[in-house]
Design a binder for this molecule. Structure first.
Ligand SMILES: *Cc1c(COP(=O)(O)O)cnc(C)c1O
Length: 447
């Protein structure tokens, strides 16, 4: 593959964009290929190379790069009519009604412009509603580029530190980071500081650091502890929303009802979006019905609302989730079979249309009775003791090999995976069975 033009463009970018990119994960080594356009399940770069795309915008693109006709015409119509006004529009109401109708815990919403903005506002709302300051998050959980959750656990888990320069230590003092899936750890935190905890904020599945599924009963434990101590349970469904569990989202799949839910990615149909949803009794504390300040020039942008609403309507009317989940299953099972032959220590993870191969360093050779379609954290599985259960377990994998050797080899074979060991990959409605076969052949070569 020739990458001359991408190299030239990145050279220009390095002079005017910090690190040559606008989101850090895009700066793949030695330099990223610069994308010119999308085509179904593929992207084409500036040198004319074609890649089968499993990045899918890092989550939003449920249909790949050619949205259904009804989505495209709604986007065109709203873009040419406005595109935005600073006054309310009908399409915001339509979209909110759709989400509230399908997601179990949601009665009312506030739309914002990114997943980060959604988690910022959800944390503010939870703190105001409970009159408490402390937030509990999961180590390896991701909630966007915001001060309250960019933290890492110190050696003493009660002393959380900022994970980036520029965040005052005093922010991190209000955040506790516990290991995901560890019931004893979260019980201890609630025993010691339960009456200070405004909320537990977690992804239902760690999807930015794994993928890591919850062990049986973990979310029920969180739900119970929050109820017992008057804390809110916030599910960050920015990535799982309308991807895992179909239209009911991951909370429907797991049968656990959070107090607040944050959304992003798919609900914007490919445009910048975020949302906070929950019962009216909590969400109405946002201004102007309540006193928790929340506002945004572009919030509920008509083009975004139209794209997101048609996206979800199309999914409600067609068997989109059956298709993408079936392909996800085939892909995970196929990769599992390849691992059995070529890299038995690796763990295939994911669910629905999300997948990843974690380069775990140790696992029993046994594949019998192993979860074929991606690790489910089944205690009866012989690999249960060694499959990743926390962010730290994923970080202990062969992450350099994943990124510097495996990712590069897949790219050169025309398969575009997310840029490192940690981020989830996605199957879209545009992918076909033939694409899956091609991908498995590439895994066979690269693993
Ligand atoms: C992507 C993501 C975010 C951040 O959303 P942005 O739109 O990038 O700000 C927050 N939480 C989760 C779980 C995400 O996957």
């Amino acid at each position: 593959m020739n990458h001359d033009r991408s190299r030239e463009l990145y050279d220009r970018a390095l002079s005017v964009l910090a690190g040559g990119v606008n989101s850090s994960v895009r700066a793949t080594r030695p330099y990223p290929f610069v994308i010119e356009r999308g085509d179904g399940a593929h992207v084409i770069d500036a040198d004319g190379n074609r890649y089968l795309d499993y990045v899918m915008g890092y989550g939003p693109l449920l249909y790949g790069h050619d949205a259904p006709e009804q989505v495209q015409s709604a986007i065109q119509r709203h873009a040419s009519q406005g595109p935005m006004y600073g006054g309310p529009t009908e399409i915001e109401v339509d979209h909110a009604e759709f989400v509230a109708r399908h997601v179990p815990s949601v009665e009312m919403l506030r739309f914002v412009n990114s997943g980060t903005e959604a988690t910022v506002s959800a944390v503010r709302l939870a703190r105001a509603y409970t009159g408490r300051d402390t937030i509990v998050v999961m180590q390896g959980g991701y909630h966007g580029a915001q001060e309250s959750t960019l933290v890492e656990a110190g050696d003493d888990p009660s002393h959380t530190r900022p994970s980036s320069p520029g965040i005052p230590e005093s922010f991190a003092e209000h955040t506790i980071a516990v290991p995901f899936n560890n019931e004893a750890a979260i019980r201890e935190v609630f025993e010691e500081r339960g009456d200070e905890i405004a909320a537990v904020l977690t992804e239902p599945i760690l999807a930015n650091y794994g993928i890591v599924m919850p062990v049986d009963g973990y979310h029920e434990t969180l739900r119970g502890l929050c109820d017992d101590h008057g804390s809110l349970l916030i599910f960050d469904e920015v990535i799982t929303g309308f991807r895992v569990g179909g239209l009911q989202c991951a909370q429907g799949k797991f049968g656990v009802t959070p107090d607040l839910t944050t959304f992003g990615k798919i609900i914007g149909g490919g445009f910048p979006v975020g949302a906070i949803g929950g019962p009216a009794e909590i969400v109405e504390h946002f201004t102007p019905s309540g006193d928790v300040f929340q506002s945004g020039t572009f919030s509920g942008h008509p083009v975004t609302m139209a794209a997101g609403n048609e996206y979800l309507r199309y999914a409600a009317e067609h068997d989109v989730y059956d298709h993408v989940n079936d392909l996800g299953d085939r892909l995970r099972s196929g990769i599992r079979d390849i691992c059995e032959d070529q890299a038995p220590e690796y763990t295939v993870v994911g669910t629905d249309s999300m997948f990843k191969t974690v380069f775990t360093r140790e696992a029993p050779g046994a594949f019998e009775n192993h979860c074929g379609g991606g690790c489910r954290q089944r205690e009866s599985c012989e690999r249960f003791e060694t499959c990743p259960k926390t962010g730290a377990d994923t970080a202990a994998a062969a992450t350099e090999r994943w990124e510097r050797v495996f990712w590069q080899e897949m790219k050169e074979q025309g398969i575009w995976l997310t840029a490192n060991q940690f981020e989830s990959q996605f199957v879209s409605d545009a992918h076909t069975e033939a694409d899956i076969e091609e991908t498995l052949e590439a895994y066979k070569e690269a693993l």
